[in-house]
Ligand binder design. Structure first.
Ligand code: ADP
Ligand code: MG
Length: 457
């Protein structure tokens, strides 16, 4: 990576983060160097460093990667320095996630080649709700450190739903419950990194020995090794060796084993042998619970923090992407409120989080509605906009019109046009009809609710 690459990424950031954010946080960054996969930047104050690390670190790292740089960590420090020197400044890597607490605190779990654990990722700090209760229960069970009952435990789910958090929580708990066990946690990327390093340094024997002496191995984001031939192979051998010795293995990925592309069949089937549990997308209650918990924690550090009722509900309702974004929003809100010394009102939240709110404010299109509704009633999309008026087609069409009126800001004539050039009075009639049905017919009400939810998901 060169200064040029950074300038390009910087320009891109200018487009994506908004003018305000760019001026405050990105503009002050000075690229120092890229060494050993660590991109270092100089920042004017450690406050800015922490802030950027938490709120933009991952984004910067990803963008640098996309522009072809081999970056696996981004570091922001006040002094110009070699990135290999012990850093006291904020840094982001694949395991350190942005969080509410102002200073990251990590401790090594073992002398073995594991990654440091985030001390905030504990079971106590994990809010359990419907979407994650199974994964949580399974993680709890493994954390007891009793006899191995399912091997591996395979946790999967979308970005920011708590996979890494649960894995760290297991490791923390095991350190307390079973200090005799040798627990190693690392990302699949780090596994690969060490493997390649061992190959290069001709230390494969050591590598194998190290990993095979582990009692509990956790590998995070295993989808990363898919398609990486020899790493995959080595992972498979390590995996088998440990399973044969009846050692517990815990794996996470962003999707189910069977759905990971370029993963060898035999690995897939081994991964499926144990217990496979998924973390579902968060629901409103879970999001609200997480926000409440984060506020409690934050209040312990800053008792002057004050929130107007309804702000958390607003955030839980409006930000439905993932927990990380939710946390990022809260962090920004707190920092902003403490900088300007103001109570957090709905207005302040809307102002300060405009970009996040905008990006999660997904626009539903009439086409999507037509597609979903056709699927739901099992008719063809072409029939939806076609001329036929038999009930089995006309009714779904009216449902789609009704949803289009409810979920988009299109006018009746516009909706009519999208339904094969129908008149606006036809749309009005359809909407009325469904409104009537909805109030008298339970099935209709349920259908509409289901469709609305799946469209808003
Ligand atoms: P993943 O590894 O699935 O991408 P993480 O475990 O890194 O997600 O979670 C992202 C952030 O959201 C972390 O800061 C984590 O603490 C937080 N988080 C996710 N789920 C929960 C939860 N149920 N309760 C509390 N915090 C959560
Ligand atoms: Mg993760």
């Amino acid at each position: 990576m060169t200064e040029d690459t950074w300038q390009r990424v910087r320009n891109e950031l200018q487009q994506t983060v908004g003018k305000h954010n760019f001026t405050n946080w990105i503009a002050p960054l000075e690229f120092v160097e890229l060494a050993d996969g660590v991109a270092s930047f100089q920042v004017p104050t450690s406050f800015i460093g922490n802030w950027v690390s938490r709120n933009f670190g991952e984004q910067i790292q990803q963008m640098l990667r996309h522009s072809g740089s081999d970056v696996h960590r981004v570091e922001f420090s006040v002094q110009k320095k070699r990135p290999t020197a012990k850093s006291t400044e904020a840094s982001v890597d694949d395991t350190a996630q942005p969080n509410v607490a102002p200073s990251p605190s990590t401790k090594p779990v073992t002398d073995l080649p594991g990654a440091p654990l985030d001390s905030r990722f504990t079971f106590e700090n994990f809010v359990v709700g419907k979407p994650n209760e199974l994964a949580h229960a399974a993680a709890r069970r493994v954390a007891e450190g009793g006899p191995v009952s399912f091997n591996p435990l395979f946790l999967y789910g979308g970005v920011g739903l708590g996979k890494t958090h649960l894995m760290h929580a297991i490791a923390h708990e095991l350190q307390t419950n079973r200090p005799d066990l040798n627990v190693v946690y690392l990302s699949a990327e780090q596994f690969m990194y060490r493997f390649v390093q061992a190959l290069r340094d001709k230390k494969m024997m050591d590598f194998k020995e190290l990993f095979r002496s582990v009692d509990i191995l956790m590998v995070d984001d295993v989808q990363f090794i898919a398609g990486k031939g020899s790493t995959q192979e080595e992972f498979f051998h390590t995996f088998n060796a440990l399973v044969d010795q009846n050692k517990q293995i815990i794996i996470s990925a962003d999707r189910a084993p069977g759905e990971i592309k370029d993963l060898e069949e035999r690995i897939k089937s081994r991964l499926q042998c144990g217990l496979v549990v998924d973390l579902h997308p968060t629901d409103y209650e879970l999001r609200l619970g997480i926000l409440q918990q984060k506020v409690e924690q934050y209040k312990k550090q800053d008792s002057s923090l004050s929130l107007v009722p309804g702000v958390l509900e607003f955030l839980a309702h409006r930000i439905s992407t993932n927990v990380r974004v939710l946390e990022g929003a809260l962090t920004r809100l707190f920092a902003f409120a403490s900088l300007v010394g103001r109570e957090i009102t709905l207005e302040l939240a809307q102002d300060c989080l405009a970009d996040i709110l905008r990006s999660s404010d997904r626009k539903i299109t009439i086409e999507e509605i037509q597609r979903k509704v056709s699927e739901h009633y099992n008719i063809r999309l072409s029939e939806m906009i076609g001329p036929r008026r038999v009930r089995t087609i006309a009714r779904p069409r009216q449902v789609a019109m009704y949803l289009a009126k409810q979920l988009t800001s299109r006018s009746l004539p516009e909706i009519g046009r999208r339904f094969g050039g129908r008149d606006h009075t036809t749309v009005m009639h359809g909407v009325k009809k469904i409104e009537e049905l909805r109030s008298t017919n339970n099935q209709m009400d349920e259908d509409l609710e289901l469709l609305r939810r799946s469209l808003e998901a």
